[in-house]
Design a protein around this ligand. Sequence first.
Ligand code: ATP
Length: 438
Amino acid sequence: MTNKKNQDLMDKLVSLCKRKGFIFQSSEIYGGINSCWDYGPLGVELKNNIKQNWWKSMTQFRDDIEGLDASILMHPSVWITSGHVESFADPMVDCKSCKMRFRADEISGKKCPNCGGELTEARQFNLMFKTHMGPVEDEASVVYLRPETAQGIYVNFLNVLAPSRQKLPFGIAQIGKAFRNEISPGNFIFRSREFEQMEMQFFIHPNEDEKWIEYWKEERMKWYLSLGIKKENLRFHQHDKKELAFYAKTAYDIEYNFPFDWKEIEGVHNRTDYDLSRHTQATGKDLSYFNDQTKERFIPYIIETSAGVDRTMLVCLVDAYYEEWVLNEERTVLRLDPKIAPIKAGIYPLVKRDNMPEVAKKIEDKLRPHFKVFYDEGGAIGRRYRRQDEAGTPFGITVDSQTLQDETVTLRERDSMEQVRVKIDDLVTILNKKIWGV
Ligand code: ATP
């Protein structure tokens, strides 16, 4: 549960994100719109780095997963077949006095948590956003903004299978926006109404489901650890019978210890043959798979790994946030893993004279094709370091008077604040090693 200290931490993080240009409230100058967020210069870099890291781990570093980018608007029947039109709903209650709306499972007692007023009976509230396609706004033109990216993968199963010449087991990965008209959005970017998902659907023989769910559970946990997230802040939660979706056989959530509680960041689910069977029944298109060695035909089971980009980003920020005392001065530092840090290195002339800015600029030109770097000559060197500590920049390169004599610079590490002298010519190799380990 959220206590004062944890609330303070969230408030500080939200304010740092605004101040440094990670995350802004959407349409802020109009007073903002609830539960939508804009990613600023540092935010979009961090977000892209997380997505790229996931994308490569799925589609580059292994040969059994193909990528896909399906459209957000799909045939409305997809959402009838998937069960979303009928049952993608949260039970909600309204307060008869203050008119606030709450998720029935999130309130205890029978009174309004806001004003103590009387509540209505719980009603189902469909979470899908509707819009219309074409010039006429009637029932026939209704389309939905997708509430998950997964359906785009299922309906393209055969389209991907044929050209890629994959054999089972194999997967399809997709990153994209999803929309849910959440009743209680909140906790910053944890629950919003427009968000991004990174989903991978792995198609397998039904007899192998237990092996593959175990495999993907472990793989996905390893991925968070590879982003530098602390092990003690991650855990699995297995769905019990009450929580399990009606089509799922087994389901695990990966949870993170957020300041506001342990909460889901990713689902690893055994969805059985539900999705492909349903789409086969609805369309008459045979989505079964033929194994030409065993001559067996069957509808594949699906193991799904479904992660939120925004939630992962919040995990990275919370896990990296530190306040510490250094030489009687407090510093705030984001200890982001160098792989995902928005800016990899700050470049600083010690003073704004003696040719130091020119030399530093040359170093900037040399590094820019390899890394996102930031040149800064404004203010005392300590202040410049602190500004980049707060931005999560892992390295600082400083040009001083010795540089002018022997072409070396100091390389400062954000976390230890240690400084070593290195040759300018070795910077690319050293940074590659420190960031990527190669
Ligand atoms: P919750 O119980 O928190 O509503 P869920 O079980 O509905 O989540 P899934 O449908 O399994 O979530 O979606 C997979 C992932 O997508 C989640 O683990 C989360 O990372 C992300 N996600 C889902 N809903 C949201 C949202 N409203 N805002 C941000 N991310 C979301």
